[in-house]
Design a protein around this ligand. Structure first.
Ligand code: URA
Ligand code: SF4
Length: 213
């Protein structure tokens, strides 16, 4: 798809539950990312989860399996949720962008962060999921998710671990979440040289979200 054609609001079902959203997703042409990805990766988890956790985009393993957070970052997230006393059964996990963006180097596929316009184009899908699940609390993992919800000026370091209101002026929802907590992305913890310390800080931020539940 030519760049000029992309960025149009994708077609998002106005009726039906999460399964209607999931079924419509493969037809999305809202940006160019569908073209090289294996498949879209919708969110997964309890349909009435009180907590929605939003990542960036599917990674290599998620792109192949069609399930969010099944790779290394997802396993670290699971451990952090558990350490924060959050039962993973009460969590719906999804991403700001539903298709994997990557570049190829030989046979390897290297993760590339989605651009701002791709995040904007994919926004209606995140909103559609949040509308169906209707969580009380939303956790945003990293800058892509943080900026998808709060806007491009958000800096994770400045707001992490803080309870913020849902920005209803930007993203109207019939029943907005009561609290939004931004923290770092688990893959940043995986890459960190101070992994134990950064893991503990992630757990502390998730504990703030847990207390708001
Ligand atoms: N990283 C994300 O942000 N989301 C996934 O689903 C997997 C890795
Ligand atoms: Fe549509 Fe989002 Fe995929 Fe772009 S990344 S094609 S907006 S589902």
């Amino acid at each position: 798809m030519a760049r000029e054609d992309a960025g149009a609001t994708p077609w998002v079902p106005g009726h039906g539950g999460l399964s209607a959203v999931r079924d419509a997703l493969p037809r999305c042409r809202g940006c160019d990312l569908w073209e090289h990805a294996t498949q879209p990766v919708p969110g997964a988890g309890a349909v009435d989860a009180p907590l929605v956790v939003v990542g960036e985009q599917p990674g290599d393993q998620e792109d192949r399996s069609g399930e969010p957070f099944v790779g290394p970052a997802g396993r670290l997230l699971d451990r952090a949720l558990e350490a924060a006393g959050i039962d993973r059964e009460v969590v719906y996990r999804t991403n700001a962008v539903k298709h994997f963006r990557f570049t190829t180097r030989g046979k390897r596929r290297i993760h590339e962060s989605p651009s701002r316009w791709q995040v904007t184009a994919c926004g209606p899908w995140l909103l559609a999921e949040l509308e169906r699940v209707g969580p009380r609390v939303v956790v945003l993992l990293g800058a892509t998710a943080g900026q998808a919800v709060h806007g491009p000026s958000l800096r994770v370091g400045a707001v992490r671990g803080r309870v913020m209101p849902w920005p209803s002026d930007r993203l109207p929802l019939p029943e907005p979440p009561e609290a939004v907590v931004t923290t770092v992305h688990p893959s940043a913890v995986l890459r960190s040289r101070a992994r134990d310390e950064d893991f503990a800080a992630l757990v502390a931020d998730l504990s703030v979200a847990a207390a708001a539940l």
